[in-house]
Design a protein around this ligand. Structure first.
Ligand code: AMP
Length: 572
């Protein structure tokens, strides 16, 4: 046995070899098993073999099978891909909802060494063509709801060797594009297949993030980063997933791998409930009740629909206990409604495609247990605390780190083993001194809780000071007659920019400009109160459910604030 005393003199405790040292490092003597995605499904099939995966199928009915069944079919898919000449590292695209077949594609592709490239079908056709061509997808597997879309794209994606419809022969759509039937493709294979072992740093999956400017950029995850992220996500102070859960990812599998749930659920052996294409309140509620869902995750816009449905129909959940909400800021009013009206604990989370996506989650520390409920709520409304695997900092315009005082805000930067180092196909790395610049503006308090104040391009710069559009929106969302609110900047000759609030009223309500402005009194600093309010029927959203601020700014570019017209009148 080698004890520290036997180490050569001068050896550094940090583990770094002293410069010029010839001493061989003392290596650990544990098994070297690469962290591979296939091991997650294999684990679930072997140790939770009869745990169910239930899907609301695109064909309309409910489908149920087990992790053991899923592994056999994922292996059949791996065999089918190998048989058509797909090689390790080849990209395989998907245009698909949350279903058991999509899950098989996740594991069948990555498991045999190819790269599962999930594509967001809500993007514009030109963006989809760009993404499929940039990724050089060999095959694209699609749900039959996207048949017309595939017909539109196929001619412009010449390097795709085959388009595979995720259905059986009876449901094959009539299309111009020659297609392959998924079920027949699988049926030709035996499923007797050993998952290959290879380097855990190999690429496993690819997601493009559609920025508001420029071409979409690809985050290329590795097996190692994905498995580590799945471990991190399952932690008690993250999503707290267990084998006793029935987990329903409402966040789509085409958006950052449904926040990793398709990997975390098999890791802990949880039942999976996959809602397919119908994400309206009534459909989600029915499935959650019939399958006794205990945990779910989604963006605020989807939960708005579910909460409205419950309120309108006077319903309660019988099994739903916890939900992660992220993707955009969870309005405190939504958090309260979930907790107080429906007994569902909300875990507010922040992340991004470049982070696999989890970065922070809001959970309390032991020292917060004695705080009054309101003070606890205040902490839980923030975007939260990092989990092991992510480190963060905020920097000012001079690039220097800002204090963790909960007040100073600056550009948020992150680093860790599941954070992107460079984008797919790009030589230049976006990192600054080893940190990834997120494009978000945030504060961090003394306990390490991070709060996003804005995307850096959405922040409102008024008289040299910054106004948080998220905070203005949160106040409006707390008004009982407001369904949705977005705050954007409007040009102002004196202050540069002033906030304009765009509001969708709840059906049948009549809240007006004056009473809503009055609602702000005492809730934010006087100079943060919006200069004007515009009522609209709907607010535009991006393909991932975020408010499209760029489009809103475009729509309201000629809007004249009352304070500006008053200034103009006075000067004439
Ligand atoms: P995406 O890569 O599409 O998942 O988008 C990531 C971006 O969504 C982040 O950089 C944030 O701007 C925003 N975002 C995600 N979660 C939150 C949250 N909880 N609060 C505010 N913004 C969020």
């Amino acid at each position: 046995m080698v004890t520290p005393q036997q180490e050569p003199p001068g050896r550094q405790v940090s583990g770094h070899e002293p410069r010029g040292s010839s001493a061989a490092p003392l290596m650990g003597q544990m098994m070297q098993m690469p962290l591979l995605i296939s091991s997650l499904l294999h684990h679930a099939a072997r140790h939770f073999g009869d745990t169910e995966i239930v899907t609301r199928r695109i064909e309309g009915d409910l489908h149920r099978y087990t992790y053991a069944d899923c592994e056999v079919r994922a292996k059949q898919l791996a065999q089918a891909l190998l048989a058509t000449g797909v090689k390790r590292g080849d990209r395989i695209g998907t245009l698909a909802w949350n279903t058991y077949r999509h899950l098989e594609v996740y594991y069948g592709t990555s498991g045999m060494g190819a790269v599962c490239h999930t594509i967001n079908p809500r993007l514009f056709a030109e963006q989809l063509v760009f993404i499929i061509n940039h990724a050089e997808d060999r095959f694209v597997l699609f749900d039959i709801t996207f048949a017309a879309l595939v017909d539109q794209l196929a001619a412009q994606c010449p390097q795709v060797r085959g388009w595979i419809a995720l259905t059986d022969r009876a449901h094959l759509p009539a299309m111009q594009t020659p297609i392959i039937c998924y079920e027949e493709w699988l049926a030709a294979q035996s499923g007797e297949f050993d998952w290959p072992q290879f380097d855990e740093l190999s690429a496993s999956s690819l997601c493009y993030t559609s920025g508001t400017t420029g071409h979409p950029k690809g985050a290329l995850y590795s097996h190692r980063s994905t498995v580590l992220h799945a471990y991190g996500a399952a932690l008690p102070d993250a999503m707290a997933c267990s084998a006793r859960d029935a987990i329903m990812p409402v966040v789509p599998m085409f958006h950052v791998n449904a926040w990793g749930i398709p990997y975390t659920a098999p890791l802990v052996g949880a039942k999976l409930v996959l809602p397919g294409k119908d994400l309206d309140g009534a459909s989600l509620y029915a499935l959650m009740e019939s399958e006794q869902v205990s945990f779910s995750a989604g963006v605020p816009t989807v939960w708005l629909g579910l909460l409205n449905y419950l309120s309108q129909n006077n319903l309660q959940f019988s099994s739903f206990k916890r939900t992660v909400i992220g993707g955009s800021a969870c309005p405190p009013a939504m958090l309260r409604s979930f907790e107080d009206q429906f007994g569902v604990h909300v875990i507010h989370a922040w992340g991004m495609t470049e982070l696999s996506p989890l970065g922070t989650l809001a959970n309390l520390k032991a020292k917060h247990a004695a705080l009054p409920p309101e003070a606890q709520r205040h902490i839980l409304e923030k975007q939260g605390h990092v989990i092991f695997g992510v480190d963060l900092r905020i920097v000012g315009i001079d690039g220097l780190e800002l204090p963790w005082d909960g007040v100073s805000f600056g550009d948020l930067q992150v680093r860790g083993p599941w954070v992107v180092e460079r984008y797919f196909g790009q030589l230049e790395s976006p990192l600054i001194d080893g940190w990834f610049p997120t494009g978000d503006v945030a504060t961090i308090d003394a306990d390490g809780y991070m709060q996003i104040t804005d995307r850096s391009k959405d922040v409102i710069k008024s008289g040299g000071e910054w106004i948080s559009s998220i905070e203005i929106e949160n106040v409006a969302m707390a008004h009982p007659e407001v369904a949705e609110a977005a705050c954007i900047s409007c040009a102002h000759p004196k202050w540069d920019e002033r906030p304009l609030l765009v509001v969708v009223r709840k059906p049948g309500t009549e809240v007006d400009r004056e009473s809503l402005l009055q609602f702000y009194e005492g809730r934010v600093a006087k100079w943060w109160i919006p200069d004007d309010i515009a009522f609209v029927d709907a607010i535009p959203h991006t393909a991932t459910g975020k408010i499209q601020k760029l489009k809103l700014r475009e729509l309201f570019k000629n809007h004249v604030l009352p304070s500006v017209s008053q200034m103009q009148a006075e000067s004439t």
